[in-house]
Each structure stands twice: as C-alpha cells, then as structure tokens.
Design a protein around this ligand. Structure first.
Ligand code: 5GP
Length: 192
C-alpha cells in the first residue's frame, strides 16, 4: 500500500535489533485519518470474507482494530496479556513469546466473547516471527470459531512469521512488507 510505504519511509525509524519504530503515526501517537485509510484497505482486501469479530492483542493492535472494525461493522475483542495465570475454565489461554520484550507471556480471552459461531479476522500492527498471531490463532482454535484471515499493517518480510503463517494456509494480508532495513535504507517487497 503506497500510502503506508511512503509514510514509513518518511517517518519510520530503524532501531538496533531489527526494530522499526512507527510510533509517531501508528503505535504511540496515532494519525487517525491515516489509520482510517488502513482500515478501509483491510476491508477491501477481506471484502469476500464474512467476518463476525475482529480479534487483536493488547496494546498496539487495539486502536487499529477499532478503526478497521467500523468498516466491517463488527465488535473488536482483544486478548489481554498476563505475566502468568492459573488455568481458568472461563478463559481461552495461549502462550506468546514477545519479539520486542523477549519474554513469554500468556494471552487470555474470556470464553463468552468468542464461540464456534464466529468468523474471525485477526488484526495486528506488526508481523515479525509470528508469535503474536500464532497465539491469537491458538485462541481461535480453542474457541471452535472459523479463522477467516489475518491482516497486519507491517510485515517484516526478512523474519519468518509471514512465510510460516501463509504456509499454514491462512489468508494473510500485510499492507506493507519490509524486505530489508538498515539505518539508512529500507526496501519493500513488490507492490502492496
Ligand atoms: P511477532 O510476534 O510476529 O514476532 O511480533 C509481532 C509483535 O511484536 C507485534 O505485536 C508488535 O507489537 C511487536 N513488534 C515486532 N516487530 C516490531 C517492530 O519492528 N517494531 C515495533 N514497533 N513492534 C514490533
């Protein structure tokens, strides 16, 4: 998506450790008209899917998911992060290894908000090694809901997550795929 690629080139900052900071417009300060265009694009890319809920993970995914949800006209649910939890019958629980924080944590979702009647679209800000999306997919699996696909704003194509999730047959849409990044250059894959 050219609008997104141009904005990353203009305002994105590459940090050591393969981290791309987009906190001036996506995940700290949020440019709402801009994110609104991302939401519209997610709807265009999943126009053929019947979606009943959008599932994301706290915290950076929530704002994006809420804006996208207005195009899908469905509720947003978000998995909460918890340091560690005893199993509780009323919760779906999955383990996620954080790329940015380098630790393993549980993500939880109340069972009452996701059932086998649901058709779910996952939304997140970044896709790196795929751990966050895998955790959300595990929650969807536990619920018996149908996974319709996953939409991420920025995929880091040089990390393994995108390939792994596509290989699982999931309909994955990334609005921009960063092919390569260094302090002074950033390239994108194909035309997204
Ligand atoms: P994964 O679980 O796919 O390895 O990483 C995805 C999660 O880590 C996202 O939810 C995102 O919050 C965070 N993340 C991964 N890479 C980056 C990055 O380069 N920049 C930022 N800001 N967050 C990232």
């Amino acid at each position: 998506m050219k609008l997104l690629e141009d904005r990353i080139l203009r305002d994105g900052i590459v940090k050591p450790g393969n981290i791309l900071k987009v906190d001036s417009f996506i995940n700290h300060q949020m440019d709402i008209p801009f994110i609104n265009e991302l939401g519209r694009e997610f709807k265009r890319r999943f126009a053929d899917s019947v979606i009943t809920k959008i599932l994301t993970i706290e915290s950076s995914g929530i704002g994006i998911a809420c804006i996208a949800a207005q195009y899908f006209d469905v509720p947003v649910i978000f998995a909460k992060k918890a340091q560690s939890l005893n199993l509780d019958g009323e919760m779906y629980i999955a383990k996620v290894e954080s790329f940015t924080h380098k630790r393993v944590y549980d993500v939880i979702l109340s069972k009452k908000f996701l059932t086998e009647q649901d058709h779910v679209l996952l939304i997140d800000d970044f896709l790196a090694n795929g751990c966050a999306l895998m955790g959300l997919m595990e929650i969807v699996k536990q619920s018996g809901a149908v996974l319709e696909g996953a939409g991420v704003v920025i995929e880091k194509g040089f990390q393994k997550g995108g390939q792994m999730i596509r290989d699982m047959g999931v309909h994955l849409e990334s609005l921009a795929i960063v092919e390569n990044m260094t302090d002074d250059s950033l390239t994108f894959r194909g035309d997204n």
